[in-house]
Design a protein around this ligand. Structure first.
Ligand code: AMP
Length: 394
């Protein structure tokens, strides 16, 4: 079965083509585009490339296209990416304005170009369905909660891959197997060797998730992907009273406040330089104080959430870094882990500096009681497996 996984990020489009059967997953091709503003031209170029380079006989030879959809109103899990999913994305478009329109565009584009090829969506919220209710509930009136205002959590495929692969790297096969089977079997009972992982997905969009024995117990992202850590140009957590306050003092209406919070905030709003960490770090290194502050705010927020899960899990066995910033910025990783020797975290400076550009590796010293590791993001393999199961089950 040939499966194409389309990953339409808030600023990037990545894809991977897999050949799968019951026992094996083989990647045939991958590629991507950065700083993307429109997806249709990327999709067209990618399909042409896959055919011209001989990975597919024709685009119609695909057995399915899988999508890493973000937030659907009333829909989660792994489902056919049909009109119901497009409606669910539309229903929460206002909550995920940087993501839902991108996926709706991608799903429609594939539907028009390849109407015979099944489209399947794995929602990012699926990984959080077993989080304790207390971790996902806001202290708001019942009527708000009945409208679906709660913590959902995102980056589910990425954190799920960390749950699986960190357990594999640490030799805990029971937890690895539990994590791999989670969407099929649910968490069930677990009485094996415990594993507490703090997973830091740091990219154009960032989140920290606590993972106990392969299952998420909570995450920094909440009702929308605007929450938690400061994002590339999106706000992160903000006291709800700030909006009525600026509406009075700055005369902003809700729509304008929302535009500024979703397009002109986050690392871009703080640094005034860019929404891209490479530009921000270069500016900070040249002495730009706003760029330095935006780095410091991001680091403080990562530590805030990592500390929260350390406490909630009664400690940690591993801290994992993944995604564009987590995989490529040793300075930021060192800053996140600084001063934690008392908790058992010791970074190996040389190993940390060496693990960049898609490399996997352990960046803590041998005597660090918490293992700190970098695991290149591999959301696509999680999606491919679930899409394969979905197509097989039909
Ligand atoms: P992602 O969303 O995982 O694709 O990550 C994209 C982000 O990774 C970009 O916005 C950059 O800020 C960051 N990034 C990519 N390469 C580097 C690098 N070499 N150093 C620091 N940050 C990087």
């Amino acid at each position: 079965m040939k499966l194409l996984i389309a990953n339409l990020g808030s600023t990037s489009f990545k894809y991977r083509l897999f050949e799968m059967d019951v026992s094996s997953t083989r990647q045939l091709a991958d590629g991507g585009y950065e700083r993307v503003t429109a997806f249709t031209p990327c999709i067209e170029e990618m399909l042409e490339r896959l055919v011209s380079e001989g990975f597919l006989e024709s685009a119609e030879a695909l057995d399915a296209v899988g999508f890493k959809t973000v937030l659907g109103k009333g829909v989660s899990g792994c489902v056919a990416a049909d009109e119901r999913v497009l409606e669910a994305l539309e229903g929460f478009k206002a909550v995920a304005p940087a993501h839902n329109p991108a996926y709706a565009e991608g799903i429609r584009c594939f539907g028009e170009k390849l109407p015979q090829v099944p489209r399947v969506a794995l929602f990012e919220t699926a990984f959080y369905q077993w989080c304790p209710e207390a971790a996902m509930t806001y202290a708001i009136p019942r009527s708000w909660r009945e409208q679906g205002v709660r913590r959902y959590g995102f980056h589910g495929a990425s954190h799920k891959f960390i749950a699986e692969h960190s357990a594999e790297l640490l030799g805990n096969e029971a937890v690895a197997a539990r994590a791999r089977q989670l969407y099929v079997c649910g968490p069930g009972e677990y009485n094996g060797k415990p594993l507490r992982v703090i997973s830091c997905h740091l990219g154009g969009s960032s989140s920290v998730t606590g993972i106990l024995n392969g299952v998420a117990i909570g995450t920094s992202m909440g009702f929308s992907p605007q929450s938690g850590l400061p994002q590339n140009n999106r706000v992160g957590d903000l006291d709800s009273m700030a909006i009525p306050y600026v509406s009075k003092t700055l005369g902003l209406d809700v729509a304008e406040a929302e535009r500024q919070l979703t397009k002109e905030s986050g690392l871009l709003g703080l640094s005034g330089v860019s929404n891209d960490m490479r530009d921000i770090r270069a500016a900070a290194d040249e002495g730009n104080a706003d760029a330095r502050l935006s780095l410091d705010v991001l680091i403080d927020n990562i530590r805030h959430w990592a500390g929260s899960f350390f406490f909630r899990m009664g400690g940690a066995d591993a801290i994992c870094f993944t995604a564009g910033i987590g995989e490529n910025d040793p300075e930021l990783r060192a800053a996140v882990c600084a001063g934690l020797e008392g908790l058992g975290v010791k970074i190996d400076a040389a190993a940390n500096a060496a693990v960049i550009r898609g490399k996997e590796g352990i960046i803590s010293t041998k005597d660090s009681s918490i293992c700190v590791m970098v695991i290149p993001a591999n959301e696509e393999v999680v999606i491919a497996r679930e899409v394969y199961r979905f197509i097989e089950a039909r």
